[in-house]
Write a protein that binds this ligand. Structure first.
Ligand code: CMP
Length: 585
C-alpha cells in the first residue's frame, strides 16, 4: 500500500513518528528536534523496517527550508542588527574563518581535498537558527542583550552562508569538484560565472527591494480586506513559495534566498505579524519534515565505524567553536557572562550545514562519509546543547558568587555591554514610536475603544481594522474644515478634538467619532474639527464606510442616530443664536 502512495506514507509515518519521539524527547528534557531527527533515522534506509521515499523527503524538506527562511526574513530587523553589529559582524566573520580553517586542517589530516575541507569547515561553522531560537525562547532570552547578540551573530552567519550557497556551485570546479574542464579555461570561466552569479543575485535583490515593498504589502492588504482568513493564509503562502520558486527559476538564486527576501519585503509592512502568524503552523510542520528527512540521510553506523572522526567533528562544533566565540567576545571587551552565553548559543550546527553538505556531495567536493559525519555532528551537538547551556549557567553562577572573579571578569568589563544595552533601548524606543504612529488596534482593543463594534463577528472586526487608515494630528491641526467635501469618518483612538459649530465648541475624546454627518447626508462638512492634543485617529474612507454600513445596518443605524442628534442640536443652537442676534434689535 505504502508503495502506491509514497507521499501520504512519508507524511503519515513521518509526522506520526516525529510526534511520538519528539514528545518523548521533550519528556526527557531534550529538544523535541532530537526526536524528529531520530524519527528520520528510523524511517531511513540505514535502519530496518519501513523506508520512506528519500527523494520526496528531500523535496518536502526544501519546502521546510523555504518557509523557515521566509520566517527569518519576516523577523529580520535591520535596526536590531545595526545595534549589535560591532560584536556580531567581527564575531561571525572571525568564527566562520577560524572554524573553517580547523575544518580544512582536519580534512587535510584525513586526506580529503581542499574543497572537501572547505565544505566541512563551513558547514560546521554556522549554527542553527531553529535550535538557537528554540533554546533562547525556552530560557526567555530572545530579547536580552546577550540573546540579541547571539541572534545578530547568527543572522550575519546566515547571510554569509547564503553567499556561500550561491557561490559554491560557481566555484565547485576550481575546488576540485566533479565538473570537468581544463584549468586555465575553468579559471577564466569561474570569474565569468562568479560575475554572472553576482549580477543575477544583485538584479534579484534590487528588484525584490524596489518593487517588493510596493507590490506585496499592497496585494496582501487587498486580500485582507476581503475578510477571508483562508485567502489571506493562501496569499502569504503564495508569496513565500512563489517568490522563492520564481526567483530560483528566473535568477538562479537559491530557494532559500528567494524565500528570505520574500519575508524581508513583508517585514516592514503592518501585516507582517499577521503573515507570520498564518505561516507559522505550516512552517512548523514542514520544519519537522525537514528534520525527519535529515535524519533519514544519517547512517548511525558511522559512530561505530569512525568514532574518532565523529568525536573530532563534535569537538570542533561544541568545544572549538565555543572557545573561538568566547575569545572574540572577550577580546572585544565584553563580560565573561556574555562570552559564555553567546558561545553556548552557537555551539551546535543545523539546517545550513545540511544544505551545504548536500551541495558538497552533489558537486563531488565532499566524500560521502563527510555528509554522515556532519549529520552525526549536528545530531549530537543539538542533543548536547541543553547540557552546554547548563554548564555555562553553572560557570556564570560561580563567577558571580566569587567577589574577586566577579570584579575582574564582570564588573571591570561591563562598559561595552552597558553601552550596547543603551543602544538597544534606543532602537526599541524608536520602533515603539514608529509602531505607535501606525498603530492599528487588535480586535480586542478596538472593541474596548469603540463598544459598538462589539456586535461584529471576529473576522469582520479584523477586516474592519485593515480598512482603517491610521492618522495622527498635532495640537491645533485642522482635521476637518467646514464646507469641504467628505473623505471619510474619523475615530479618535487617543487624544482630543474640538468641533466648532454654531458658535459653540464641543470636545470629543478617545472612543468618539466624527465626520459621519457629511458621509451620510452627502452634503459638505458641517463644522470645523481641530485636534487639541497629539491625537491618533483611525479614518475609514467613504467607500469603505458605505460598504461596511450596507453590510451592518445596525451599526449604520447607530451612527445615523448620533448624526441626527448632533444635527438637531446644531439647529437648535443656530436657532437660539439667531434669536439672540435678533432679540437685541
Ligand atoms: P461632518 O459634517 O461630516 O464634519 C464635521 C463633523 O463635526 C460632523 O460631521 C460631526 O461628526 C461633528 N459634529 C458636528 N456637530 C456636532 C455636535 N453638535 N456634537 C458633536 N460633533 C458634532
Amino acid at each position: 500500500m505504502s508503495h502506491d502512495v509514497p507521499l501520504i506514507a512519508i507524511l503519515a509515518v513521518g509526522f506520526g513518528l516525529a510526534f511520538v519521539l519528539g514528545f518523548m524527547a521533550q519528556k526527557l528534557r531534550l529538544p523535541p528536534l532530537v526526536g524528529y531527527l531520530l524519527a528520520g533515522v528510523a524511517i531511513g534506509p540505514f535502519t530496518p523496517g519501513f523506508v520512506a521515499d528519500a527523494g520526496l523527503a528531500a523535496q518536502l524538506a526544501e519546502v521546510g527550508v523555504m518557509l523557515l527562511m521566509f520566517g527569518v526574513g519576516l523577523h529580520f530587523s535591520v535596526a536590531d542588527l545595526m545595534a549589535v553589529k560591532r560584536i556580531a559582524v567581527p564575531g561571525a566573520v572571525v568564527q566562520i574563518g577560524a572554524a573553517t580553517a580547523i575544518g580544512v586542517a582536519l580534512a587535510h589530516f584525513w586526506g580529503w581535498s581542499l574543497g572537501g575541507g572547505l565544505v566541512l569547515g563551513l558547514s560546521l561553522s554556522v549554527a542553527s537558527t531553529v535550535v538557537l531560537l528554540k533554546a533562547l525562547e525556552e530560557r526567555n532570552g530572545v530579547s536580552t542583550p546577550n540573546g540579541r547578540i547571539a541572534v545578530g551573530w547568527l543572522i550575519v552567519e546566515d547571510l554569509a552562508m547564503v553567499l556561500v550557497l550561491v557561490l559554491l556551485p560557481a566555484m565547485a570546479e576550481m575546488l576540485g569538484g566533479s565538473v570537468g574542464g581544463d584549468a586555465h579555461g575553468s579559471e577564466h570561466g569561474l570569474l565569468l560565472t562568479l560575475a554572472i552569479t553576482l549580477a543575477k543575485v544583485g538584479c534579484f535583490v534590487g528588484i525584490a527591494m524596489i518593487f517588493g515593498p510596493r507590490v506585496v504589502p499592497w496585494l496582501l492588504r487587498q486580500v485582507a480586506r476581503t475578510g477571508s482568513r483562508e485567502l489571506f493564509t493562501l496569499s502569504v503562502l503564495a508569496v513565500a513559495l512563489g517568490v522563492a520558486f520564481g526567483s530560483a527559476k528566473l535568477f538562479g538564486v537559491s530557494f532559500a534566498l528567494g524565500a528570505f527576501f520574500a519575508g524581508v519585503v513583508l517585514s516592514e509592512s503592518e501585516l507582517s505579524h499577521k503573515a507570520a502568524e498564518k505561516s507559522l503552523p505550516l512552517q512548523d510542520a514542514f520544519a519537522v519534515i525537514f528534520f525527519v528527512s535529515v535524519g533519514m540521510l544519517f547512517d548511525p553506523g558511522i559512530i561505530l565505524r569512525e568514532p574518532g572522526m565523529v568525536l573530532a567533528v563534535l569537538a570542533l562544533i561544541v568545544v572549538g567553536k565555543s572557545i573561538i566565540a568566547m575569545g572574540i567576545v572577550l577580546v572585544l571587551g565584553y563580560p565573561m557572562s556574555t562570552a559564555l552565553s553567546v558561545s553556548a548559543a552557537l555551539a551546535q550546527v543545523g539546517e545550513f550545514s545540511f544544505i551545504l553538505a548536500g551541495m558538497g556531495i552533489a558537486y563531488g567536493l565532499l566524500p560521502p562519509e563527510g555528509l554522515s559525519l556532519i549529520l552525526a555532528g549536528a545530531l549530537l551537538s543539538i542533543t548536547l546543547n541543553p547540557l552546554v547551556f547548563a554548564g555555562t549557567d553553572f560557570l556564570t553562577a560561580r563567577i558571580r558568587a566569587s567577589a574577586g572573579l566577579r570584579k575582574r571578569l564582570e564588573e571591570n568589563r561591563a562598559g561595552p555591554l552597558t553601552r550596547l544595552e543603551a543602544e538597544l533601548e534606543t532602537v526599541r524606543a524608536n520602533l515603539a514610536k514608529k509602531a505607535d504612529a501606525h498603530k492599528t488596534f487588535t480586535p480586542e482593543e478596538l472593541v474596548r475603544k469603540f463598544p459598538f463594534f462589539a456586535a461584529l463577528p471576529d473576522d469582520q472586526r479584523e477586516a474592519l481594522i485593515l480598512h482603517f487608515h491610521p492618522r495622527s494630528a498635532q495640537p491645533g491641526e485642522r482635521i476637518i474644515r467646514a464646507g469641504d467635501k467628505a473623505d471619510g469618518i474619523y475615530f479618535i483612538s487617543s487624544g482630543q478634538a474640538e468641533v466648532a459649530v454654531a458658535g459653540r465648541r464641543i470636545r470629543l475624546r478617545a472612543g468618539d467619532f466624527f465626520g459621519e454627518m457629511a458621509l451620510l447626508s452627502g452634503k459638505p462638512r458641517s463644522a470645523d474639527v481641530t485636534a487639541l492634543d497629539f491625537s491618533q485617529l483611525m479614518m475609514l474612507s467613504q467607500a469603505d464606510f458605505r460598504a461596511f454600513a450596507r453590510k451592518y445596518p445596525d451599526i449604520r443605524k447607530a451612527v445615523a442616530a448620533l448624526a441626527e442628534q448632533r444635527g438637531e442640536l446644531n439647529q437648535q443652537w443656530l436657532d437660539a443664536g439667531a434669536d439672540e442676534d435678533l432679540s437685541p434689535a
